[in-house]
Structure formats: structure tokens, C-alpha cells
Design a protein around this ligand. Sequence first.
Ligand SMILES: Cc1cc2nc3c(=O)[nH]c(=O)nc-3n(C[C@H](O)[C@H](O)[C@H](O)COP(=O)(O)OP(=O)(O)OC[C@H]3O[C@@H](n4cnc5c(N)ncnc54)[C@H](O)[C@@H]3O)c2cc1C
Length: 384
Amino acid sequence: MFFRLNDEQSEIRDLVRKFARNEIAPHAERWDEESHFPREIFAPMAEMGLAGLLVPEQYGGSALPRLTGALIYEEIGAADMSTGVWMSVHNMVAGLINTYGSEEQRARWLPKMTAGELLGAFALSEAHAGSDAANVRCLAAREGEEYILNGTKFWVSSAGVADVYVVFARTSASGSRGISAFVIERGMAGFSIGKLERKMGLHSSPTGELIFENCRVPAAQRLGAEGEGLRIALSSLNGGRINIGAIATGVARAAFEVATRYARERMAFGRAIGAFEGVQFTLADMAMRIEAARLLVYEAGFKMDEEGEDASMYAAMAKCLATDTAMAVTTDAVQVLGGAGYVRDWPVERYMRDVKVSQIFEGTNQIQRLVIARALLGEVAAAK
Ligand SMILES: Cc1cc2nc3c(=O)[nH]c(=O)nc-3n(C[C@H](O)[C@H](O)[C@H](O)COP(=O)(O)OP(=O)(O)OC[C@H]3O[C@@H](n4cnc5c(N)ncnc54)[C@H](O)[C@@H]3O)c2cc1C
């Protein structure tokens, strides 16, 4: 076992780090203040291959391993968590179209998605279906060669700014096997954007409602087989969880760097605050936790590259540990900065506001613990 990146991995990480430091980080504060979705960086990101991480080269993608993806997401997350989130969702959606789409569907959407022309969004959650994802009520009634969609999807990242939405809707009453996936384009008749959420953080990544009112969707836009939707949705979440773990590790790293710099410079009682053991121990704990989280994220990425969906326990562990770590580390960073940590002149309050949601979406951290327990205990943990 080698605890060293190979040449390709280091090169990609360094390129993305440079891009993130120059093109994303300097604007993140303004984007947050103005709730500005930075569409202008989508094309440059695509040029670097970041809009088709899971898509083969024939459709313009870069088809990178999950572990390399984790390196990339940490760099983007360290610059701006919001950007990491919409980028992760976009790549997840392109990956789904690549895996479950027909040849026609791949040719129709993927080249434009990997070129940064079409942005993807993922719409599973509803008012009554968050953790309980099988409780989807949005209806897709078949009528000849079309489905007629009626219902509302909630909390959709990139709502309104995305062009291509993978939407999960009910095609029969048979529980988790009655859900199907559809690719729906912005502008289709009967599809509109509802309320946009006012959030604690992640202000430059819009989150909102999708409304379907007799929206006629050609059967050719169904992704995968009828009834396969929930399986498709859940299969994408493993990779998404590793991405979120990596993004959260990046946010934690950024917070730690600010706190360390501040501890060297801020004077109290005639000394730099970093001279006090109380502050030193906090910084030492932050550093330890970040290293541990990063290693578990890497391991989950490695396992997913080797074992595919069998790595779900590791994806859940990585997501849970890394996001709990990031919440603790960003909170500690605010504490190390004292009053300066609580005001917007410093970025740590934004890191803390942004990262909270990483414990909630892509499956809450309670749900991650259920996934882990079920993998460990089998039927005993699954029994009702
Ligand atoms: C900013 C943001 C962006 C999002 N983006 C998307 C997106 O792009 N696409 C999308 O489909 N969704 C998205 N979501 C939705 C997100 O995935 C859900 O909020 C999440 O899955 C939790 O569902 P819920 O909010 O309904 O909480 P609930 O399921 O109502 O849970 C409430 C609480 O109960 C706990 N709980 C529930 N069930 C159990 C259980 N069995 N055991 C123990 N505890 C349990 C939960 O952990 C949580 O603490 C987004 C949400 C946010 C806030």
C-alpha cells in the first residue's frame, strides 16, 4: 500500500487547485453575498474536463476514477462549497445518463453536458419524501407514447438554472418498484420552477421547487426501465456521497488554514494566541480530524473504483465522518477567530453556514449510520 498519489493524480489535483484558487475562491464571498449562481465558470470548468468526470471520452467526458474525483472535489470545496455541490450534482446526472441511457439519449444530452452548455439537476426529494425516498408521489401516467407528469419536487439543487433534470416520478402504486426516472428539459410545456428556498448557507447554489402540471414527456425520455427509478437514484448516491465527503474535507481544510494563520498573527496578553495551549490543542484536533476524514474519503473512492456499488458502506462512512468532521472543524475555526470568526470580514462563518447542509443532503448522517449498521448487521438491523 502506498500513501502517495501517482503522477496523473498529482498533476490533476494541482491543475484544479490552481484553477480553484484563481477562478473560484476570490469570488466566493461576493457570490454568497449576492446569491449569484456563477454560470460564467461552467464553460471554463468544462474545458478542464470537470463537467464529464464520469462520462467516456467519446461524449467529451474525462472518465476519471472516483478517487481522482475525490481529489478534484476537495480542491473545489476548499474554494467554494456551493460550486462543488452543483458541479457534483451535474456530474452525477451526466453519469446517470451515461449508465442508464440508450445510445440515442447519450448522444442527445452528453456532448452538450460535458461541453458546459447544458447543466444537470437531480430531482428525487418531495415534501413527504426526503429520507423516505420511496414515498415519491409525483405522478407519471402513461398515455400512448407519452407520460403525463403531475406533482412537485422539492429542494432541487440548481433549480431554475439547470437545463436538464433527471426527475423521479411514480408510474405505478407498487412502492419502491413503482418509480421511474425521466430526463426533462427546461422549457417543456407544463414544467415550471416554483419557490426558491432562502437558506442558511450555500447561497450561490440555488435550491428550489419543480412544478409539473400535465407536463407531457415523450416515453423516449424515460431513463432506464419502468419501475427502475429508485434503484437508479440510489445507485448514484454512493458516488455523490464520496463527492460530498471530499467537498466537506475541502471546506474543513480551508477553515483550518484560516484559523492557523490567525493563531500566528492575533495577539492577546502580549503573545500570539497560537502560543496558548488551549488554542494549540484545538488546532491539533482539527488537523487530525481532517487527515482521518480525507483518508476515509480516499478509501471509499478507491473501493468504489475497485468494487462498484458494493462499496456503499464505505461511501456512507466517508460521507458521514467527513461531513461531521467539517461541521466540527468549521465551528472550531469560528471559535479560534473569536469575534472575527462571527463576522463576514473573514470567511469562516460562511464555511460553517455552508457545510451544515452536508450533514443533511445526499442522505442525512442518521441515514448514513443506518446504511453502515445494515451492512454490518444484515437482517437484524433491517428488521422492522
Ligand atoms: C440545500 C439543499 C439541497 C438539496 N438538493 C437536493 C437535490 O438536488 N435533489 C434532491 O432530490 N434533494 C435535494 N435535497 C433534499 C435532501 O436530500 C433532503 O433534505 C434529505 O434527504 C433529508 O430529507 P428531509 O429534509 O425530508 O428530512 P426528513 O427525512 O424529514 O428527516 C428529518 C430528520 O429525521 C431523521 N430521520 C428520518 N428518518 C430516519 C430514520 N429512519 N432513522 C433515523 N433518523 C431518521 C433525519 O436524519 C433528520 O434528522 C436538498 C436539500 C437541501 C437542504
